[in-house]
Design a protein around this ligand. Structure first.
Ligand code: B12
Ligand code: SF4
Length: 481
């Protein structure tokens, strides 16, 4: 029997609409090719999950956990401790963004033996080979570990061409558990590239992949999509790439391939505003014709000063132009914004509100989501945040409470946060309702009447910038508590 590797995706916050554990599937491809058996246990889709994880760990060469900064850490710690108690002989390996950024702090914990930084396919496979052969672990790219009481920290491995790996195996998971009703009724997550050549100040991508970018060939992407459609009944794909659109030629070939093969597929992806508006019109149209339903665009801020500060290399006008382009093409645009960058956060609220009004005037169905700047380890602005008084959590588990919906930066006070939550997440969506709210408003009955009343009130408040005595907001908060 071939030797086994157990790979685990720890739980997140909500376990509805669970996306396929792509990081682990990416690792499974070269591991299987090298002759190892791979068992993936996804803590999000089984309950209780620890017994299954321990069962998978027993007899494994190692157990690998994929860990993002934030709540996932809480479960990752619980799993790792349980493995250490039940199978102390099995090395516990952490990979993914969190451990990659903070290998020393992660390895200081007794429940983690090894950290693999950055792109994991090659080091994870080499680690399996060495453990199987019983040879020393030194020199594996990106592999950090404990040796004779010392911690050995390796640099990030160079980002390698991902076309060299076998196709991402979808048969290592129960795909039915990961069909999400999103852009289509059976939407599956899929990645076609890794890395991003940009270096936005709040984003850890720069450290992880050193501003490199590697993508599958267009031919391979279309083959993969065809496999998902024909063999798994997929009718929607959400691209997990941080930057799907880096190569114009590849995008064109993928879109042409989808059309030529007659794949009945709707899809969504992330794009930079400037990138998209700079595409020639025929390419923009081709993207739409090939099934693109929705684009996620990082607008980040309506303040040009803030955009400069975070090194976004775009303008507010780019955002509005991207909204107009999506509207012309019939693509739903979903924008993300961030508040509380160092500088003048108070002024940024008004500027971003104005930008959102501009977006909503183009198409009220376009969504705008608001987050708060959180200095993620590895992000270019992390050091600036520390200089300005941000106190990084002192140990691994403390990072579990770190995310984009809460305040972590001392230069922003809770009153500011409340104001943003109130305006951007409550009044603004009521003032410019999206399709879901519109449906609620047009249904009969007392509830619909209340929604319509809220819409009128919110429209007035936003137009007049009159947010004093926000009784409706307080009522909503009281009810949600
Ligand atoms: C899909 C996704 C999600 C999904 C969950 C993931 C899933 N598969 O179900 C959802 C929507 C739930 C999610 C949530 C969040 N996400 Co998210 N997400 C992504 C996204 C878009 C794709 C992940 C993916 O599948 N990539 C494809 C795979 C192949 O690449 P990979 O994940 O990098 O994996 C490689 C390496 O990391 C490494 N590796 C990974 N795991 C392991 C494990 C082992 C053992 C080893 C050896 C190696 C290894 O090897 C892999 C192959 O090369 C990424 C961006 C991106 N493109 O990666 C952001 C990203 C991972 N998310 C991010 C963030 C910030 C969040 C949120 C905090 C956002 C929020 N609004 O709150 C939450 C956090 C949730 C939490 N911690 O509780 C950041 C991570 C930053 C960080 N320091 O952790 C990213 C990088 C986006 C970004 N550029 O800022 N996310
Ligand atoms: S925010 Fe997006 S464009 Fe900017 S560096 Fe991160 S992945 Fe790249």
């Amino acid at each position: 029997m071939s030797e086994k590797i157990a790979l685990v995706f720890p739980r997140l916050r909500r376990e509805s609409n669970v996306w396929a554990p792509l990081p682990l599937m990416a690792l499974a491809a070269p591991l299987q090719e090298a002759g190892f058996a791979v068992e993936i246990v996804d803590g999000r889709v089984i309950n209780p999950h620890i017994p299954d994880i321990l069962e998978a760990a027993r007899g494994a060469l190692y157990i690998g956990l994929s860990v993002m900064t934030g709540l996932q850490i809480r479960d990752a710690v619980a799993i790792s401790r349980a493995v250490k108690r039940s199978c102390p002989e099995v090395p516990v390996v952490w990979g993914g963004y969190h451990a990659s950024m903070l290998p020393e702090q992660t390895l200081a914990e007794s429940y983690v033996d090894i950290v693999i930084r950055g792109q994991g396919q090659i080091p994870a496979t080499e680690l399996a080979r060495r453990l199987a052969a019983g040879t020393p672990l030194d020199g594996i790219p990106g592999l950090c570990y404990k040796r004779d009481g010392e911690t050995v920290i390796a640099d990030y491995p160079a980002l390698v061409d991902i076309d060299q790996f076998p196709p991402t195996p979808y048969d290592v998971i129960d795909t039915e558990k990961y069909m999400v009703n999103d852009v289509a009724t059976r939407t599956m997550k899929y990645f076609s590239s890794q890395g991003c050549p940009f270096g936005c100040g709040f984003c850890a991508e720069t450290s992880m992949y050193g501003r490199g970018w590697k993508g599958f060939s267009a031919q391979r992407v279309v083959d993969d999509l065809e496999n998902l459609v024909k063999n798994y009944g997929v009718n929607g794909v959400d691209f997990a790439d941080t930057n799907f659109f880096v190569s114009k030629r590849r995008v064109r070939e993928i879109c042409e391939g989808i059309i030529e093969r007659g794949l009945d597929l709707k899809w969504a992806a992330d794009v930079r505003t400037r990138q998209f508006i700079d595409f020639p019109e025929d390419l923009q149209q081709l993207i739409r014709d090939a099934g693109c339903q929705r684009l996620l665009l990082g607008a980040e801020s309506g303040s040009q000063e803030a955009l400069e500060h975070i090194g976004k290399q775009t303008t507010v006008e780019d955002t509005l132009k991207a909204a107009r382009t999506c509207n012309r093409l019939g693509i739903i645009a979903r924008f993300t914004t961030m508040f509380g960058f160092p500088g003048q956060p108070q002024k940024d609220i008004e500027a971003t509100l104005k930008m959102i009004e501009g977006i909503k005037a183009i198409n009220p169905d376009f969504e705008v989501h608001g987050f708060f700047f959180a200095p993620y380890p590895g992000a270019p602005m992390y050091d600036e945040a520390v200089r300005l008084g941000f106190m990084p959590p002192p140990h691994t588990e403390a990072w579990a409470d770190f995310d984009l919906t809460e305040l972590h930066t001392p230069w922003v006070d809770p009153v500011y946060k409340e104001k943003v939550d109130m305006i951007i997440d409550f009044y603004m969506p009521f003032a410019s309702p999206g399709p879901e709210l519109k449906e609620k408003m047009s249904a009969g009955g007392a509830k619909a009447l209340a929604y319509r009343g809220m819409h009128e009130l919110a429209s007035w408040r936003v137009k007049k910038r009159e947010f004093r005595v926000p009784l409706e907001w307080r009522l909503k908060r009281w009810r949600s508590r």
